[in-house]
Design a protein around this ligand. Sequence first.
Ligand SMILES: [Zn+2]
Length: 377
Amino acid sequence: MPELFRAAKAATMIPGAPVIHDAAIVVHQGIIREVGTHADLAPAFSGTTTDLGDVTLAPGLVNAHSHLELAHLRGVCPSGRGFVTWVEDLLAQPIFDLDPDLLDAALDELKRTGTVMVGDIATRFAKRMAGELEASGLFFRVFTEAIGEALPKKTFIPAGDFRNGALSVAGHSLYTTHVDVLRAAKAEASARNLPFSLHLAEHDDEVAIMAGEPSAFLDLLQARGRLLDFAPPKKRPVQQAADLRLLDPTTLAVHCVKVTDRDIETVRDSGATICLCPRSNEYIGVGRAPWEKWLASGTPLCLGTDSLASNTDLDLWNEAAYLKEHFNGELGLEDLLATITRTPANILGAGGELGTLEPGKRAAFSIVPQKISECYQ
Ligand SMILES: [Zn+2]
């Protein structure tokens, strides 16, 4: 039987559409059939009506960047001590000892806080994580992370047939993943019409390593037998990514903290989307991305929580509230909501099903919490 949901407001996130007051959304068989005002839709409607009251409805949230493999590491790496110390702390942990109960708790936290889809990075257990996400009912894109020097024998992307998601491939970073591996990973994602992701310009050591300057992090990696014959490109990270042809409209570049004005133009002109992880950057102590410049540039922006090894929770509303609170100048409700709904749904290839409230899409809603909505009254 069709259901009608009534709410004081609905932010449909259809580009340019105003917030609907006294809104109604008609749903049937899990799909949105009609969106409009209660006055327009109620007279012709027959079915069950649920009045949600004085709330603002928004599309279900999309977390553009997480590492659910690290769900068992909540709170174990101290915060604010810089990237190198954070990695040392992380590497001292049992990184690949997944804890099913803590993974379940993380999945529950995502769902409880309005998230309906995640773009998740999997370093070792991509297929298993996709299976866990499928079982949870969340939509997903699981990126198998390409790292190191070796090209896989056949394919980066494991076979897998899922109802609510798909697998793709991400590069770990410009220095931990060999340039040939990065190029091949990007080529495979493009050939299969899948999104590609890459951690980019996250911290000062990345800039130093790319430039061929001294870096405590490079020392740490080399002491562990990694990057022993690394040849620095002597370029800024964004320029290196552009020169390797890793940036295009199907790429999600994550972090983008250490960027110049010219880097921002380069990314914007490439058509790539970026994912900001403000609380992770603060937790690790790498500084903060120039959010205001990114927004002004017109580059499509997403928000991600990153992993529980560098964040206190996976609640995207907390991520959005943090950005709003620390943003200098105007950050409108549509721009803020776009980073956790429409833009990540589009770059993760789910724009036909999620990201906006409009007929034909999944009936996946979230409710804007008061701490956000009161900023816009
Ligand atoms: Zn990450």
